[in-house]
Design a protein. Structure first.
Length: 71
């Protein structure tokens, strides 16, 4: 999940750079859908964060089960 989140984040970051470029270049801005694609940056961050939390909980479960079997 973390890798998928990172990929989605990178796509959103590139879209943000492309969308902001016309402001500096003085060209016509992109259509509103381009700004929607920029939101993928936040979505990717949330997906990666959820993957990290999921990994933490899985490691805690493994540690508890290992401690229970060792006792």
């Amino acid at each position: 999940m973390v890798r998928i989140g990172a990929i989605v984040f990178i796509v959103g970051a590139v879209a943000t750079l492309v969308t902001v470029a016309p402001l500096f270049l003085g060209t016509e801005p992109f259509p509103p859908i381009a700004y929607g694609v920029c939101m993928l940056m936040g979505v990717g961050f949330l997906i990666a964060g959820a993957g990290v939390l999921r990994s933490i909980s899985a490691q805690r479960r493994q540690a508890k089960s290992a401690a229970a079997t060792a006792s």
